[in-house]
Design a protein around this ligand. Structure first.
Ligand SMILES: *Cc1c(COP(=O)(O)O)cnc(C)c1O
Length: 517
């Protein structure tokens, strides 16, 4: 490899007669994430601007010149906009260089708890890029998109099969959008029975989007304390439950990565007083093939296709958060529904009890298509295998790290495990320092300071797509850091030392973008 590179370099040199280029960095080192390119300061496009430089060349004008001032008067700017003036190559290279500063699952391990940052098979992208799918337009007559409709129809049936639910809507664009859709349906259900009710119960271990969705639907949130084992406590739910409670929202597995064993008992308590059960099923890769939430009392449940089913999560692209529902909520599903008459697929848009539309056209169809491909490719057995491997990997990481890091809840984990920084606190080191130090070892840090019920939490979700060697590389780095905390805590506290930037004020950076220091 090395030799081939240098040969091609010298070839180029002979041909172009340019000064010989010799590679001097013998200390060349591969980082765990595989980055080998030079990373230099990148000037902004404004700094690269050269007056008069252009990215296009237009033919000389052969029609009478148009004077905008005559047509639009005062509306015309008196000064040209201050835009950078650049060639196409300047712009292409600028953005390509910036893109290499990103971290992605195609680049390395990404153990972000609760996010399922797994590697997604490229076959799903390949199918989604086929012109017959990629070029369909939402205004096409239904007769010309029968294949697309069939995919939606079948995906809906499969998701119902996987979750044990009665029907589903595919249109919500994210998990949180699915929660909102589910809570709107729950509100419509109660309203149809004379009282929308006023409260929603949410355990303290729930995902943060749950209370946000409840409040957006005008409900007051009542927090239910978890038991000492980190599980939902049926007694606490029974005490909080009354006829003003519209629903309970349960994240299962909860944000500790633990299966809510009391789900059914709690669902029975809530149903007995006329309430409904919302299951946050974002982390379905921990249950799939083993538990059907519809069979243990869930009335509505969203599924993050962009976590479990073949689309990257958090990549800034679109997602999809279908919601599956029990028979009780079926009449309230958003429009359109997709129906099958013989071999013909149609849409239904006039159900009077429906909450209406919650997205344009057919949602994020490309994401639905990827989920369809993913499920077809893996089949029932493959999906069971996903759950098994996700759980095995999380438990492997947990077993390797539990003697070095504090494990606040010791129940068996499903797809992720949560540690705290309690032991490292004794040396003045915090979770943030550990996360930053991981970058020096070429690892993307896990989720930190979430869930909130664990002080200084470190939440690791290895996902099912990683091999043992890679998990070991990560665990070795975590164990090395644990011993550094004891011996050379300053090293950890001042990390990272290798990346391009040290510690940014992340909150400020998101609100107040400074392109140049
Ligand atoms: C990711 C996640 C959500 C939110 O999903 P988005 O698609 O990011 O809106 C909700 N609940 C849980 C448990 C999650 O992990």
């Amino acid at each position: 490899m090395e030799r081939r590179n240098s040969k091609s370099l010298s070839d180029t040199n002979q041909r172009t007669n340019e000064p010989t280029y010799q590679r001097t960095d013998s200390s060349y080192q591969r980082t765990a994430c595989g980055a080998t390119g030079l990373v230099l300061e990148e000037p902004t496009l404004f700094e690269q601007s050269v007056p008069g430089r252009r990215g296009i060349s237009l033919p000389a004008i052969d029609v009478p010149a148009f004077n905008p001032c005559e047509a639009f008067g005062d509306l015309v700017r008196d000064k040209a906009p201050e835009l950078p003036e650049l060639a196409e190559s300047d712009v292409a290279r600028h953005f390509t260089r910036l893109s290499t500063r990103n971290f992605s699952k195609d680049l390395g391990f990404y153990p972000l708890g609760s996010c399922t940052m797994k590697y997604n098979p490229k076959i799903a992208n390949k199918v989604a890029a086929m012109p017959g799918f990629a070029d369909t337009h939402p205004f096409q007559p239904l007769s010309s998109v029968q294949g697309n409709l069939r995919i939606c129809y079948e995906l809906e049936r499969w998701l119902c099969e996987i979750t044990g639910m009665n029907a589903a809507t595919l249109w919500p664009a994210a998990g949180s959008h699915g929660e909102l859709t589910g809570m709107l349906m729950i509100r419509a259900y109660h309203t149809a029975r004379g009282n929308p009710r006023s409260k929603v119960l949410i355990p303290d271990s729930a995902h943060g989007t749950n209370p946000a969705s409840a409040v957006t639907c005008h409900y007051d949130v009542v927090t239910v304390q978890s038991g000492p084992d980190g599980l939902l406590d049926p007694k606490a739910v029974a005490e909080a439950m009354d006829k003003e409670v519209a629903a309970i929202m349960i994240t299962n597995p909860n944000t500790l990565g633990v299966y809510e064993e009391n789900f059914k008992a709690v669902a029975d308590i809530v149903h007995a007083k006329g309430g409904l059960v919302y299951c946050d099923g974002a982390n379905l890769n921990a249950l799939m093939g083993f538990v059907k939430p519809g069979e243990i009392g869930a009335d509505a449940m969203h599924i993050n296709l962009h976590k479990t089913f073949g689309t990257p999560h958090g990549g800034g692209g679109p997602g999809a958060g279908p919601v599956a529902v029990s028979r009780a909520l079926e009449p309230y599903l958003p429009m359109p529904r997709i129906a099958k008459n013989g071999d013909n697929y149609t849409t239904i848009s006039d159900k009077p009890e429906s909450i209406g539309r919650i997205n344009t056209f057919f949602g994020n169809f490309g994401v639905l298509l990827r989920a369809y491909v993913y499920i077809r490719e893996l089949g029932a057995e493959g999906l069971v295998g996903v759950t098994k491997m996700a759980t095995l990997n999380a438990n492997y990481v947990k077993a390797r790290l539990k003697d070095a890091y504090d494990l606040p809840y010791s129940r068996p984990s499903l797809h992720e495990c949560v540690f705290s920084d309690k032991r490292q606190n004794a040396y003045g080191v915090k979770t943030l320092d550990i996360a930053k130090r991981l970058m020096d070892y070429g690892c993307h840090p896990p989720t930190i300071y979430f869930p909130l019920i664990v002080h200084g939490s470190i939440m690791i979700e290895p996902t099912e797509t990683e091999c043992k060697e890679l998990l070991d590389e990560f665990c070795d780095a975590m164990l090395t850091i644990a011993s550094e905390c004891e011996k050379t805590p300053e090293l950890v506290k001042n990390a990272p030392s290798r990346p391009f930037r040290r510690r940014l004020d992340e909150a400020k950076a998101a609100r107040d973008a400074v392109l140049k220091e």
